[in-house]
Design a protein around this ligand. Structure first.
Ligand SMILES: CC(C)(COP(=O)(O)OP(=O)(O)OC[C@H]1O[C@@H](n2cnc3c(N)ncnc32)[C@H](O)[C@@H]1OP(=O)(O)O)[C@@H](O)C(=O)NCCC(=O)NCCS
Length: 376
Protein backbone atom coordinates (compact mmCIF):
# COMPACT_ATOMS: atom_id res chain seq x y z
CA UNK A 1 0.00 0.00 0.00
CA UNK A 2 1.34 3.44 -0.91
CA UNK A 3 2.10 5.53 2.16
CA UNK A 4 -0.50 8.30 2.46
CA UNK A 5 -0.99 10.72 5.30
CA UNK A 6 -3.86 10.38 7.74
CA UNK A 7 -6.16 13.39 8.01
CA UNK A 8 -8.69 13.07 10.87
CA UNK A 9 -12.15 13.99 9.60
CA UNK A 10 -10.62 13.95 6.08
CA UNK A 11 -9.77 17.61 6.63
CA UNK A 12 -8.23 19.11 3.51
CA UNK A 13 -8.58 15.84 1.55
CA UNK A 14 -9.84 16.08 -2.04
CA UNK A 15 -12.48 13.34 -2.20
CA UNK A 16 -13.92 13.85 -5.68
CA UNK A 17 -13.52 15.72 -8.95
CA UNK A 18 -16.69 17.66 -9.68
CA UNK A 19 -18.08 20.30 -12.00
CA UNK A 20 -21.01 21.11 -9.72
CA UNK A 21 -19.71 23.48 -7.06
CA UNK A 22 -16.65 24.73 -5.22
CA UNK A 23 -16.02 26.84 -2.11
CA UNK A 24 -13.49 29.42 -3.20
CA UNK A 25 -12.68 30.61 0.29
CA UNK A 26 -9.92 32.95 -0.82
CA UNK A 27 -12.31 34.92 -3.03
CA UNK A 28 -15.23 34.47 -0.62
CA UNK A 29 -17.28 32.84 -3.34
CA UNK A 30 -19.43 29.75 -3.59
CA UNK A 31 -19.05 28.72 -7.22
CA UNK A 32 -22.10 26.86 -8.56
CA UNK A 33 -21.80 25.61 -12.14
CA UNK A 34 -19.58 28.62 -12.85
CA UNK A 35 -21.83 31.23 -11.21
CA UNK A 36 -21.54 32.93 -7.83
CA UNK A 37 -24.27 31.37 -5.66
CA UNK A 38 -24.87 34.63 -3.82
CA UNK A 39 -25.45 36.53 -7.07
CA UNK A 40 -27.82 33.79 -8.19
CA UNK A 41 -29.73 33.96 -4.90
CA UNK A 42 -30.19 37.71 -5.32
CA UNK A 43 -31.67 37.57 -8.80
CA UNK A 44 -32.97 34.05 -9.46
CA UNK A 45 -35.68 31.85 -8.02
CA UNK A 46 -34.89 28.55 -6.33
CA UNK A 47 -36.33 26.58 -9.25
CA UNK A 48 -34.02 28.36 -11.72
CA UNK A 49 -30.99 27.57 -9.58
CA UNK A 50 -32.23 23.99 -9.08
CA UNK A 51 -32.40 23.60 -12.86
CA UNK A 52 -28.85 24.97 -13.13
CA UNK A 53 -27.64 22.60 -10.41
CA UNK A 54 -29.23 19.57 -12.06
CA UNK A 55 -28.66 20.24 -15.75
CA UNK A 56 -25.56 22.44 -15.70
CA UNK A 57 -26.98 25.55 -17.37
CA UNK A 58 -29.51 28.24 -16.48
CA UNK A 59 -32.87 27.45 -18.04
CA UNK A 60 -34.35 29.30 -21.00
CA UNK A 61 -37.91 30.56 -20.43
CA UNK A 62 -39.28 27.38 -22.06
CA UNK A 63 -37.01 25.09 -20.09
CA UNK A 64 -37.99 26.81 -16.85
CA UNK A 65 -41.69 26.59 -17.65
CA UNK A 66 -41.26 22.88 -18.43
CA UNK A 67 -39.28 22.26 -15.23
CA UNK A 68 -41.69 24.15 -12.98
CA UNK A 69 -44.61 22.40 -14.70
CA UNK A 70 -42.98 19.06 -13.95
CA UNK A 71 -42.45 19.99 -10.29
CA UNK A 72 -46.14 20.93 -10.06
CA UNK A 73 -47.31 17.80 -11.85
CA UNK A 74 -45.28 15.49 -9.59
CA UNK A 75 -45.94 17.30 -6.31
CA UNK A 76 -48.90 15.21 -5.16
CA UNK A 77 -47.92 12.26 -2.98
CA UNK A 78 -49.03 8.71 -3.65
CA UNK A 79 -51.82 7.77 -1.22
CA UNK A 80 -49.52 5.15 0.36
CA UNK A 81 -47.08 7.88 1.42
CA UNK A 82 -49.79 9.81 3.29
CA UNK A 83 -50.75 6.56 4.99
CA UNK A 84 -47.14 5.76 5.85
CA UNK A 85 -46.65 9.20 7.41
CA UNK A 86 -49.80 8.73 9.49
CA UNK A 87 -48.36 5.50 10.92
CA UNK A 88 -45.15 7.05 12.21
CA UNK A 89 -44.58 7.38 15.97
CA UNK A 90 -45.44 10.94 17.10
CA UNK A 91 -42.09 11.49 18.81
CA UNK A 92 -40.17 10.94 15.59
CA UNK A 93 -38.20 13.90 14.23
CA UNK A 94 -39.53 15.25 10.94
CA UNK A 95 -36.21 14.57 9.20
CA UNK A 96 -36.46 10.91 10.23
CA UNK A 97 -39.94 10.88 8.77
CA UNK A 98 -38.58 12.37 5.53
CA UNK A 99 -35.87 9.71 5.47
CA UNK A 100 -38.46 6.99 5.99
CA UNK A 101 -40.70 8.38 3.25
CA UNK A 102 -37.76 8.57 0.83
CA UNK A 103 -36.97 4.94 1.53
CA UNK A 104 -40.61 4.02 0.99
CA UNK A 105 -40.75 5.95 -2.31
CA UNK A 106 -37.96 3.75 -3.64
CA UNK A 107 -40.32 0.82 -3.28
CA UNK A 108 -42.98 2.59 -5.33
CA UNK A 109 -40.59 3.11 -8.27
CA UNK A 110 -40.66 0.74 -11.18
CA UNK A 111 -37.81 -1.73 -10.35
CA UNK A 112 -36.09 -1.13 -13.72
CA UNK A 113 -36.25 2.62 -13.27
CA UNK A 114 -34.96 2.28 -9.70
CA UNK A 115 -31.95 0.25 -10.91
CA UNK A 116 -31.23 2.54 -13.86
CA UNK A 117 -28.37 4.81 -12.81
CA UNK A 118 -27.90 6.56 -16.15
CA UNK A 119 -27.83 10.37 -15.88
CA UNK A 120 -31.24 10.57 -17.61
CA UNK A 121 -32.87 8.15 -15.14
CA UNK A 122 -31.22 9.75 -12.11
CA UNK A 123 -32.41 13.20 -13.19
CA UNK A 124 -35.94 11.87 -13.88
CA UNK A 125 -36.11 10.31 -10.42
CA UNK A 126 -34.41 13.32 -8.86
CA UNK A 127 -36.97 15.77 -10.22
CA UNK A 128 -39.80 13.52 -9.01
CA UNK A 129 -38.26 13.40 -5.53
CA UNK A 130 -37.67 17.17 -5.45
CA UNK A 131 -41.29 17.77 -6.47
CA UNK A 132 -42.55 15.55 -3.65
CA UNK A 133 -40.23 16.73 -0.89
CA UNK A 134 -42.32 19.77 0.18
CA UNK A 135 -45.46 17.61 0.47
CA UNK A 136 -43.56 14.89 2.33
CA UNK A 137 -42.10 17.42 4.74
CA UNK A 138 -45.28 19.33 5.51
CA UNK A 139 -47.36 16.18 5.79
CA UNK A 140 -44.77 14.43 7.93
CA UNK A 141 -44.95 17.32 10.38
CA UNK A 142 -48.75 17.40 10.26
CA UNK A 143 -49.16 13.65 10.65
CA UNK A 144 -46.76 13.59 13.62
CA UNK A 145 -48.80 16.39 15.26
CA UNK A 146 -52.11 14.68 14.48
CA UNK A 147 -53.12 17.40 12.00
CA UNK A 148 -55.08 16.87 8.79
CA UNK A 149 -53.34 16.31 5.45
CA UNK A 150 -52.39 19.29 3.36
CA UNK A 151 -52.30 18.74 -0.39
CA UNK A 152 -49.92 20.54 -2.76
CA UNK A 153 -51.75 23.35 -4.53
CA UNK A 154 -50.69 23.54 -8.19
CA UNK A 155 -51.61 27.22 -8.38
CA UNK A 156 -48.56 28.07 -6.23
CA UNK A 157 -44.92 28.24 -7.27
CA UNK A 158 -42.41 25.89 -5.57
CA UNK A 159 -41.31 28.06 -2.63
CA UNK A 160 -44.75 29.61 -2.17
CA UNK A 161 -46.50 26.25 -2.18
CA UNK A 162 -43.94 24.79 0.24
CA UNK A 163 -44.31 27.70 2.66
CA UNK A 164 -48.09 27.51 2.37
CA UNK A 165 -48.04 23.82 3.33
CA UNK A 166 -45.61 24.44 6.21
CA UNK A 167 -47.54 27.26 7.83
CA UNK A 168 -51.07 26.41 6.74
CA UNK A 169 -51.77 29.89 5.42
CA UNK A 170 -51.19 31.73 2.17
CA UNK A 171 -47.82 33.51 2.49
CA UNK A 172 -47.29 37.16 1.50
CA UNK A 173 -44.82 38.23 -1.18
CA UNK A 174 -42.04 39.22 1.26
CA UNK A 175 -42.20 35.87 3.05
CA UNK A 176 -42.11 33.96 -0.23
CA UNK A 177 -39.14 35.96 -1.53
CA UNK A 178 -37.04 35.50 1.60
CA UNK A 179 -37.99 31.84 1.99
CA UNK A 180 -37.12 31.19 -1.65
CA UNK A 181 -33.75 32.91 -1.13
CA UNK A 182 -32.95 30.69 1.86
CA UNK A 183 -33.72 27.61 -0.24
CA UNK A 184 -31.27 28.85 -2.86
CA UNK A 185 -28.64 29.48 -0.18
CA UNK A 186 -29.05 25.87 0.96
CA UNK A 187 -29.20 24.29 -2.49
CA UNK A 188 -25.64 23.07 -2.88
CA UNK A 189 -22.39 23.50 -1.01
CA UNK A 190 -19.59 21.38 -2.45
CA UNK A 191 -18.70 18.41 -0.17
CA UNK A 192 -20.36 18.64 3.23
CA UNK A 193 -20.79 15.44 5.20
CA UNK A 194 -24.24 14.68 3.72
CA UNK A 195 -23.08 15.08 0.11
CA UNK A 196 -20.05 12.95 0.84
CA UNK A 197 -22.34 10.33 2.42
CA UNK A 198 -24.55 10.35 -0.69
CA UNK A 199 -21.56 9.96 -3.00
CA UNK A 200 -20.05 7.18 -0.90
CA UNK A 201 -23.34 5.26 -1.07
CA UNK A 202 -23.77 5.96 -4.80
CA UNK A 203 -20.22 4.72 -5.43
CA UNK A 204 -21.33 1.14 -4.73
CA UNK A 205 -23.82 1.68 -7.60
CA UNK A 206 -26.59 1.68 -5.02
CA UNK A 207 -29.57 3.74 -6.18
CA UNK A 208 -30.40 7.43 -5.85
CA UNK A 209 -32.98 6.87 -3.11
CA UNK A 210 -30.49 5.00 -0.92
CA UNK A 211 -27.99 7.82 -1.34
CA UNK A 212 -30.62 10.42 -0.37
CA UNK A 213 -31.66 8.41 2.68
CA UNK A 214 -28.03 8.31 3.85
CA UNK A 215 -27.65 12.04 3.22
CA UNK A 216 -30.78 12.78 5.27
CA UNK A 217 -29.36 10.84 8.21
CA UNK A 218 -26.13 12.81 7.95
CA UNK A 219 -27.83 16.18 7.63
CA UNK A 220 -29.81 15.67 10.82
CA UNK A 221 -26.74 15.95 13.06
CA UNK A 222 -26.27 19.19 15.03
CA UNK A 223 -22.73 19.60 13.67
CA UNK A 224 -24.33 19.80 10.20
CA UNK A 225 -27.89 20.79 9.18
CA UNK A 226 -29.29 20.30 12.66
CA UNK A 227 -27.56 23.52 13.67
CA UNK A 228 -30.36 25.77 12.32
CA UNK A 229 -32.83 24.31 14.83
CA UNK A 230 -30.29 24.55 17.64
CA UNK A 231 -29.81 28.25 16.79
CA UNK A 232 -33.52 28.98 17.15
CA UNK A 233 -33.69 27.13 20.48
CA UNK A 234 -30.66 29.02 21.77
CA UNK A 235 -32.02 32.45 20.78
CA UNK A 236 -35.35 31.67 22.45
CA UNK A 237 -33.53 30.42 25.54
CA UNK A 238 -31.64 33.71 25.77
CA UNK A 239 -34.91 35.61 25.22
CA UNK A 240 -36.44 33.83 28.20
CA UNK A 241 -33.38 34.40 30.39
CA UNK A 242 -32.85 38.13 30.24
CA UNK A 243 -32.92 38.93 26.50
CA UNK A 244 -30.27 40.94 24.68
CA UNK A 245 -28.93 42.39 27.94
CA UNK A 246 -28.06 38.87 29.13
CA UNK A 247 -26.83 37.49 25.78
CA UNK A 248 -23.17 38.24 26.36
CA UNK A 249 -23.01 36.49 29.75
CA UNK A 250 -25.01 33.56 28.31
CA UNK A 251 -22.43 33.00 25.57
CA UNK A 252 -19.46 33.51 27.89
CA UNK A 253 -20.86 30.99 30.36
CA UNK A 254 -21.44 28.42 27.62
CA UNK A 255 -17.92 28.91 26.28
CA UNK A 256 -16.49 28.68 29.78
CA UNK A 257 -18.15 25.29 30.11
CA UNK A 258 -16.50 24.25 26.83
CA UNK A 259 -19.82 24.12 24.95
CA UNK A 260 -20.22 24.94 21.28
CA UNK A 261 -22.39 27.78 20.11
CA UNK A 262 -24.40 26.40 17.21
CA UNK A 263 -24.38 28.29 13.93
CA UNK A 264 -20.72 29.33 14.29
CA UNK A 265 -17.59 27.91 12.72
CA UNK A 266 -17.13 25.88 9.59
CA UNK A 267 -14.60 23.26 8.45
CA UNK A 268 -13.88 25.07 5.18
CA UNK A 269 -14.52 28.74 5.96
CA UNK A 270 -12.73 28.34 9.30
CA UNK A 271 -12.43 31.85 10.64
CA UNK A 272 -14.17 33.69 7.84
CA UNK A 273 -17.74 34.60 7.02
CA UNK A 274 -19.89 32.11 5.19
CA UNK A 275 -21.14 34.25 2.24
CA UNK A 276 -24.63 32.77 2.66
CA UNK A 277 -24.75 34.02 6.25
CA UNK A 278 -23.88 37.54 5.13
CA UNK A 279 -26.63 37.51 2.50
CA UNK A 280 -29.35 36.10 4.74
CA UNK A 281 -28.45 38.43 7.60
CA UNK A 282 -29.46 41.41 5.42
CA UNK A 283 -33.10 40.35 5.67
CA UNK A 284 -33.36 40.10 9.45
CA UNK A 285 -34.19 43.76 10.17
CA UNK A 286 -37.01 43.67 7.59
CA UNK A 287 -38.50 40.50 9.05
CA UNK A 288 -38.20 41.46 12.73
CA UNK A 289 -41.61 43.14 12.86
CA UNK A 290 -43.36 39.93 11.81
CA UNK A 291 -43.37 38.57 15.38
CA UNK A 292 -43.83 40.48 18.65
CA UNK A 293 -40.49 39.23 20.02
CA UNK A 294 -38.77 39.67 16.63
CA UNK A 295 -36.86 42.91 17.35
CA UNK A 296 -35.44 41.51 20.58
CA UNK A 297 -34.45 38.25 18.90
CA UNK A 298 -32.62 40.17 16.16
CA UNK A 299 -30.80 42.14 18.88
CA UNK A 300 -29.83 38.92 20.67
CA UNK A 301 -28.67 37.48 17.34
CA UNK A 302 -26.37 40.50 16.88
CA UNK A 303 -24.91 40.32 20.40
CA UNK A 304 -24.13 36.60 20.16
CA UNK A 305 -22.40 37.16 16.82
CA UNK A 306 -20.34 40.00 18.24
CA UNK A 307 -19.28 38.02 21.32
CA UNK A 308 -18.35 34.94 19.25
CA UNK A 309 -16.13 37.03 17.01
CA UNK A 310 -14.46 38.76 19.92
CA UNK A 311 -13.99 35.69 22.12
CA UNK A 312 -13.33 32.92 19.61
CA UNK A 313 -12.69 34.62 16.28
CA UNK A 314 -15.56 32.51 14.90
CA UNK A 315 -18.07 33.71 12.31
CA UNK A 316 -21.65 32.63 11.60
CA UNK A 317 -22.40 29.92 9.07
CA UNK A 318 -25.61 29.76 7.00
CA UNK A 319 -27.56 28.09 9.79
CA UNK A 320 -27.16 31.09 12.09
CA UNK A 321 -29.37 33.56 10.19
CA UNK A 322 -31.51 30.80 8.62
CA UNK A 323 -32.70 29.57 12.03
CA UNK A 324 -33.91 33.06 12.93
CA UNK A 325 -35.41 33.81 9.50
CA UNK A 326 -37.54 30.66 9.66
CA UNK A 327 -38.67 31.56 13.16
CA UNK A 328 -39.64 35.08 12.08
CA UNK A 329 -41.58 33.56 9.18
CA UNK A 330 -43.65 31.62 11.72
CA UNK A 331 -42.35 28.15 10.81
CA UNK A 332 -42.25 25.53 13.61
CA UNK A 333 -38.66 24.87 14.71
CA UNK A 334 -38.62 21.13 14.07
CA UNK A 335 -39.03 21.90 10.37
CA UNK A 336 -35.82 23.88 9.88
CA UNK A 337 -33.44 21.01 9.17
CA UNK A 338 -36.08 19.23 7.05
CA UNK A 339 -36.39 22.44 4.98
CA UNK A 340 -32.62 22.39 4.50
CA UNK A 341 -32.93 18.80 3.20
CA UNK A 342 -35.66 19.78 0.73
CA UNK A 343 -33.51 22.60 -0.64
CA UNK A 344 -30.38 20.42 -0.75
CA UNK A 345 -32.16 17.66 -2.68
CA UNK A 346 -31.22 19.34 -5.98
CA UNK A 347 -27.53 19.40 -5.05
CA UNK A 348 -27.60 15.82 -3.79
CA UNK A 349 -29.26 14.56 -6.97
CA UNK A 350 -26.64 16.36 -9.06
CA UNK A 351 -23.84 14.74 -7.04
CA UNK A 352 -25.29 11.23 -7.22
CA UNK A 353 -25.78 11.68 -10.98
CA UNK A 354 -22.19 12.83 -11.36
CA UNK A 355 -20.87 9.99 -9.16
CA UNK A 356 -22.76 7.34 -11.12
CA UNK A 357 -21.66 8.81 -14.44
CA UNK A 358 -17.97 8.67 -13.52
CA UNK A 359 -17.74 6.17 -10.72
CA UNK A 360 -14.91 4.85 -8.64
CA UNK A 361 -15.83 2.96 -5.47
CA UNK A 362 -14.95 4.81 -2.24
CA UNK A 363 -12.85 2.44 -0.16
CA UNK A 364 -10.28 4.18 2.05
CA UNK A 365 -7.85 2.50 4.49
CA UNK A 366 -7.30 2.94 8.23
CA UNK A 367 -4.53 3.75 10.62
CA UNK A 368 -4.79 0.60 12.71
CA UNK A 369 -4.23 1.28 16.41
CA UNK A 370 -5.49 -2.01 17.89
CA UNK A 371 -3.55 -4.98 19.14
CA UNK A 372 -2.05 -7.68 16.92
CA UNK A 373 -0.96 -11.24 17.35
CA UNK A 374 -3.64 -12.24 19.88
CA UNK A 375 -4.66 -15.93 19.88
CA UNK A 376 -8.27 -17.14 20.26
C1 LIG B 1 -18.89 23.15 11.94
C2 LIG B 1 -17.88 22.56 12.88
C3 LIG B 1 -18.28 21.11 13.23
C4 LIG B 1 -16.51 22.54 12.19
O1 LIG B 1 -15.69 21.89 13.04
P1 LIG B 1 -14.17 21.45 12.75
O2 LIG B 1 -13.68 21.91 11.46
O3 LIG B 1 -14.13 20.00 13.01
O4 LIG B 1 -13.42 22.28 13.83
P2 LIG B 1 -13.20 21.81 15.33
O5 LIG B 1 -14.40 21.14 15.87
O6 LIG B 1 -11.90 21.08 15.37
O7 LIG B 1 -13.05 23.25 16.03
C5 LIG B 1 -11.86 24.02 16.00
C6 LIG B 1 -11.82 24.87 17.27
O8 LIG B 1 -12.86 25.84 17.23
C7 LIG B 1 -13.79 25.64 18.30
N1 LIG B 1 -15.13 25.78 17.76
C8 LIG B 1 -15.53 25.48 16.50
N2 LIG B 1 -16.82 25.75 16.35
C9 LIG B 1 -17.23 26.25 17.54
C10 LIG B 1 -18.46 26.72 18.00
N3 LIG B 1 -19.52 26.72 17.20
N4 LIG B 1 -18.56 27.16 19.27
C11 LIG B 1 -17.48 27.15 20.07
N5 LIG B 1 -16.28 26.73 19.68
C12 LIG B 1 -16.16 26.27 18.43
C13 LIG B 1 -13.54 24.22 18.77
O9 LIG B 1 -13.89 24.04 20.12
C14 LIG B 1 -12.06 24.09 18.54
O10 LIG B 1 -11.39 24.76 19.58
P3 LIG B 1 -10.05 24.16 20.19
O11 LIG B 1 -9.08 24.12 19.06
O12 LIG B 1 -9.70 25.14 21.26
O13 LIG B 1 -10.42 22.81 20.69
C15 LIG B 1 -17.78 23.39 14.17
O14 LIG B 1 -17.41 24.71 13.87
C16 LIG B 1 -19.06 23.35 14.97
O15 LIG B 1 -19.27 22.43 15.75
N6 LIG B 1 -19.95 24.38 14.80
C17 LIG B 1 -21.22 24.40 15.44
C18 LIG B 1 -22.22 23.56 14.67
C19 LIG B 1 -22.66 24.23 13.40
O16 LIG B 1 -22.97 25.40 13.39
N7 LIG B 1 -22.74 23.44 12.35
C20 LIG B 1 -23.19 23.89 11.05
C21 LIG B 1 -22.05 23.89 10.08
S1 LIG B 1 -22.57 24.53 8.51
Amino acid sequence: MTQVSYSPGLEGVIAAATSISYLDVEHEQIVLRGYDLIELARVKRYTEVAYLTLYGHLPSADELAGFEGQLRADAELPEEVYRLLELLPPRMHVIDAQRTALSFLAGLEDPDELRDSSPEANLRKGVRVLARMPGITANAYRALRGLRRVRPDPSFGFAEGFLYMLTGSRPDAEAVRVFDLTLTCYIEHEMPNSTFAARVIASTLSDLYGALVGAAASLKGPLHGGANEAVAHMLLDILQHGGAAAAESYVLERLRRGERIMGFGHRVYMRRYDPRALLMREFLPHLAARRPEGEELVRIHGVVEHVMQREKGLYPNADYPAGLIYYLLGIPIELYTPIFLVARTAGLVAHVTEQHANNRLFRPRVLYEGPRGLRP
